[in-house]
Ligand binder design. Structure first.
Ligand code: MG
Length: 157
């Protein structure tokens, strides 16, 4: 059986926070505000994986009211979520992601982000792709007020 999963997340960008994508810190004048470290890409990936496996969503697995997950590294959340998916017998066929951010440019960090996600998921970098798009100066993303991530994955059992 194969199943597709979709994830999406958006975080406000503010000064004084780190800008993290897929566990990689990218130099930027603003970073993601949010519960945990705000890694918007990882949050979208977690929802895609859980959705494909029918195992709920990130909010159910890691409730924001639970102090255990307060400021938890998102990479740890991804590892824990993937362990549940993997334990249910699922294998990752591929994961494709889009990050919408006006700046900084993602391209110089793409391979590092792919490798970072691949390491947690126990797959090769070729299984994962990530691309960056700008907001063309429009709306909250284009104005640099927010960053959005979308992820789609295919699982095989
Ligand atoms: Mg989030």
């Amino acid at each position: 059986m194969i199943r597709v999963g979709l994830g999406r997340d958006l975080h406000r960008l503010v000064e004084g926070r780190r800008f993290l994508l897929g566990g990689v810190e990218i130099p930027a004048d603003k970073g993601e505000l949010g519960h945990s470290d705000g890694d918007v890409l990882i949050h979208a990936v977690i929802d895609a994986l859980l959705g494909a496996a029918g195992l709920g969503d990130i909010g159910e697995l890691f409730p924001s009211a639970d102090p255990v997950w307060k400021d938890a590294p998102s990479m740890e959340l991804l590892g824990a979520a993937w362990e549940q998916v993997r334990s249910a017998g699922w294998r990752l066929v591929n994961l494709d992601c889009v990050v919408n951010a006006e700046r900084p440019k993602l391209l110089p960090y793409r391979e590092k982000i792919r490798a970072s996600l691949a390491a947690v998921l126990g797959v090769s970098s070729e299984t994962i792709f990530v691309k960056g798009k700008t907001g063309e100066g429009l709306d909250s993303i284009g104005e640099g007020l927010a960053v959005e991530a979308l992820a789609v994955c295919l699982l095989e059992q």
